[in-house]
Design a protein. Structure first.
Length: 196
């Protein structure tokens, strides 16, 4: 058998996009299931390549030309679903959660999420060809746009609130004084308990 070892791909650095307050509102209004899917696919903060078509022209094409199956799915995501090629995708879900040690593109030495293949479809949604983009020679792959390290030792994970809560629980919480009304209720409850 001729097996090739898993060789780490060179990291491709692409600029990260910062969402505007209006864009944050758009993301917040997304249904939770679609939001989770968008995080997994890296399309919560896509960074579009320059297009010869204006946004208004693109909106017209999506409304008037795209078949229904494309527009139905595309409308469910904050910035669309079908509009983004792999190289336009943004930050991975782990980096969004400030868990850069688990960045999707640290895993397996490179971007293996969804195998980075784009497809050309006909009007019924049937795949007719593999899509190859980027004439500058850069591969059309999704590399998480977080500036964190994608190779080398994993970044140190920040302490989380749960760990601090656990440490506090082990040392024992300090008893809080009860409000006056609660003290009276507690005394009454104690008396009732001793009666039975």
């Amino acid at each position: 058998m001729n097996e090739t070892p898993n060789v780490a791909s060179p990291v491709i650095r692409r600029p990260q996009r910062t969402l505007t307050p209006e864009e944050h509102e758009t993301v917040r209004d997304t249904a939770l299931l679609n939001f989770q899917g968008g995080l997994i696919m890296g399309i919560i903060d896509p960074v579009p390549n320059p297009s010869p078509m204006s946004e208004d022209e693109g909106a017209w094409v999506r409304e008037e030309v795209w078949p229904a199956f494309l527009t139905d799915i595309d409308r469910k995501y904050p910035f669309g679903f079908w509009r983004w090629s792999k190289c336009e995708r943004g930050t991975c879900w782990n980096c969004f959660a400030r868990r850069c040690d688990l960045c999707v593109h640290r895993q397996e030495g490179g971007p293996h999420v969804d195998d980075n293949t784009e497809w050309v479809r006909d009007t019924r949604g049937v795949v007719v060809a593999k899509f190859i983009l980027r004439p500058d020679g850069a591969p059309c792959v999704w590399w998480c746009r977080c500036p964190c390290a994608k190779t080398g030792p994993a970044p140190v994970r920040r302490a989380r609130g749960r760990r601090r809560q656990k440490e506090t629980a082990e040392s024992g919480p300090e008893p809080r004084p009860l409000p006056v009304d609660a003290q009276a209720d507690e005394a009454t409850a104690a008396e009732e308990y001793t009666l039975f």
